[in-house]
Every structure is written in structure tokens, then in C-alpha cells.
Design a protein around this ligand. Structure first.
Ligand code: SAH
Length: 340
């Protein structure tokens, strides 16, 4: 089934020409889609006959809200969407001082197999299209009634494993005729697919690149992240340094702390040596425990100690605040339950 949200303005122009419709209908239809509409009848400036054509040929975005959970602690809202073919994804709306941010999924499921990640358990469904990523943002903005100014691609899936659609999504999200979100307000998080990272650097898109490192050496990284068997930390950090050089932007390293695995003082020291001199920031994430998961969260003291060692060695490090912990806001947890 074709999705309207996957159509570019140029696609609508050809569509209108092929149906002998006036050219101005193309931008009119295109404009409606970024507003997160759920029925064709919301297109009030489009005549009924054209709405019928649209209805016969397309779905709007194919998304239905399967569940919505609002955190009583911080208003963080988790959306579980079902896609037109039955696949399930999750997206999260977060409220910050700087505005609203949406965390989107890039795939239904994930192939990367990180041992600590809830997304792995439920297997891989398929890649999301550019439009299905746009729709997560548009639908959540419409539902919340507020502008979404920031997007993080940190939900379910590995964005570099769905490279083309993710890059198309970034361009469309940035389009002034579309969602008009500054690329500087978009973060892309990868577990480190080096060849795609090199290619991504060459796209020259000024987004924030986040790299899931989670270990100070290959031995630990390989024990928790299968991708580390394909690319060593040295190779990964070379790609990161190249990205920093080409983009002039700092990289954000994600480091989740798992008790007894990667959270010891010697791990912090080893990490500091590896990252020395790099234009980067380390985001320390208290591990997210979930049912059936094999890792435990490190103690608060351990996390703070880890941060201090990095800071003292001159590495910028912050501890990520946990949002929506009462609603399983961290991605993958609900899909896991639904697909099980
Ligand atoms: N595939 C992308 C996006 C994944 S989710 C990537 O790997 O970066 C965003 C972050 O959450 C990643 O850093 C991921 O490694 C981390 N993560 C996944 N499960 C986690 C858990 N149970 N506890 C803490 N962090 C986790």
C-alpha cells in the first residue's frame, strides 16, 4: 500500500499532472501531511472528488496508535504505533527546557543483537520508510498540540542499517516546506557501522552524531555488542575523528553502565586514555533494566565515580537523566512485550 507521507512535493506534482489536476493542488496536499492528519477529510481545502482519489490510492501514513502512556513523573509520553503491515514501533515525546523532542524508531526491530538491548529480543521486522519516520514526528506534534523542534533517532533500530531512508528522512525533516527542523537539532545514534559512518560524514549533514561505545576496550565491547567483532574500537574511533574533522562538530559517545561489566574505575581510566584530545562528550547512561534482561544498573555512586574519573582526565562527561521510568519509556521494551 502506498503512503501519502512517503510522497515528495515532486511526486505530488507528477501525480497531479497525470490526473489533469491543477498544479497548485500538489503543494496543498503536501502541506497537510506534515500536520499529522489522520483522515483525508481533514484536507478541508481539497475538493471531495480529489479526496476520493487519494483515499482510493493511498493510506496517509499507515500508523495507528496502539498504546499511549504518559509519565506521571515528567509528562514523557510513549507512543506505540502499529504500522500498516502489522509491525510495531515505539516513539517517545520528551519535554525539555529547550522545547519538545521526539525520539523515533528507524526500523521495526533490530539486527544488531546488542546483549543489553530490549529491541533485540523481539527480532527484526523491516526498515521504516522516510515517511514512516516523518509520520512519527508529525503525529506526535499533532497529538501534543506543540511544536517539535528536536528529533533523536535513538528508538528501535540501527539508523546506519537503514542508511538511505534515514538520510532521506533527515533531508525531508529539514525541508522548510516540510517539518522545518534544524539539522543541528537532530541526533543520529549508531552502534558503529563504520563503512556507513564514513559515507554519512561525506553527506555533510550537520546533525549530532552519537556513537554507542559502552566499553573502553575491544574485549568488553565484543562481549556485549556483536558489531564490535566487525570493527575494532580503534577503527571506530578513526571514523569518529574523521567525522569531527570534516564536520567541525563534537561527537557524543553513549556509555551505558552495566554493573560489574564496564563500570569499574579502571574502565573509566582506560576510556579516558582512548578519548584523550578528541572533540567529544560522553553521555553516561544508567543501564535500563527490563524483564528478561541480563544486566543490572550500576549504583549511583559507581556512575558518579565514573564521571569524575573522566572529568578529571579532561573528558567532558554527563549523566543522562532518566525520563519516563514509570512508563518503560526506554525504547524496545514495549515492542518486546507486544511481539512476544
Ligand atoms: N541503534 C542505535 C540506537 C539504539 S538506542 C545505537 O545503537 O546507537 C539508543 C541507546 O540506548 C544506544 O546507545 C543503546 O546502546 C542504548 N541502550 C539500549 N539498551 C539499553 C539498556 N538496556 N540500558 C542502557 N542503554 C541501552
Amino acid at each position: 500500500m502506498k503512503l501519502m507521507i512517503d510522497m515528495t512535493l515532486e511526486n505530488w506534482q507528477s501525480w497531479a499532472v497525470a490526473r489533469n489536476l491543477p498544479a497548485y493542488r500538489a503543494p496543498q496536499i503536501h502541506q497537510w501531511l506534515k500536520r499529522g492528519i489522520t483522515t483525508v477529510d481533514e484536507m478541508t481545502n481539497i475538493p471531495k472528488s480529489i479526496r476520493e482519489l487519494l483515499r482510493a490510492e493511498f493510506l496517509i501514513d499507515g500508523l495507528t496508535v496502539e498504546h499511549k502512556f504518559v509519565s506521571a513523573l515528567d509528562q514523557t509520553t510513549k507512543y506505540v504505533f502499529r504500522l500498516h503491515d502489522g509491525n510495531v514501533i515505539e516513539s517517545v515525546l520528551m519535554h525539555y527546557k529547550h522545547g519538545q523532542s521526539v525520539c523515533i524508531s528507524s526500523q521495526a526491530g533490530c539486527k544488531m543483537g546488542c546483549t543489553f538491548c530490549a529491541s533485540t529480543g523481539a527480532g527484526f521486522g523491516r526498515n521504516l520508510s522516510r515517511g514512516e519516520m516523518l509520520a512519527q514526528v508529525a503525529r506526535i506534534a499533532a497529538d501534543s498540540g506543540e511544536r517539535v523542534g528536536h528529533v533523536v533517532i535513538m528508538g528501535i533500530g540501527e539508523p546506519m542499517d537503514n542508511y538511505n531512508e534515514v538520510v532521506r528522512f533527515l533531508r525531508a525533516a529539514n525541508d522548510p516546506q516540510g517539518l522545518n527542523i534544524s539539522l543541528r537539532h537532530i541526533s543520529v545514534s549508531t552502534c558503529g557501522l563504520v563503512p556507513e559512518m564514513l559515507k554519512f560524514t561525506d553527506e555533510g549533514l550537520p546533525v549530532t552524531l552519537s556513537v554507542s561505545l559502552h566499553a573502553p576496550n575491544d574485549q568488553i565491547r565484543q562481549s556485549i555488542m556483536p558489531i564490535a567483532q566487525n570493527h575494532s574500537i580503534d577503527e571506530l574511533l578513526r571514523a569518529c575523528r574523521r567525522h569531527i574533522e570534516h564536520s567541525g562538530r563534537r561527537i557524543s559517545f553513549e556509555y551505558s553502565l552495566f554493573a560489574g561489566v564496564n563500570d569499574q574505575p579502571e574502565h573509566a581510566k582506560e576510556l579516558a586514555i582512548r578519548l584523550k584530545g578528541m572533540l567529544c562528550h560522553v553521555n553516561l547512561i544508567p543501564a535500563n533494566e527490563f524483564e528478561g534482561g541480563q544486566f543490572q544498573q550500576s549504583s549511583r555512586r559507581q556512575v558518579e565515580n565514573f564521571q569524575q574519573i573522566l572529568e578529571r582526565a579532561g573528558i567532558n562527561a554527563t549523566i543522562r537523566r532518566e525520563l519516563g521510568s514509570d512508563i518503560n519509556a526506554a525504547c524496545g521494551q514495549l515492542r518486546r512485550r507486544l511481539e512476544a
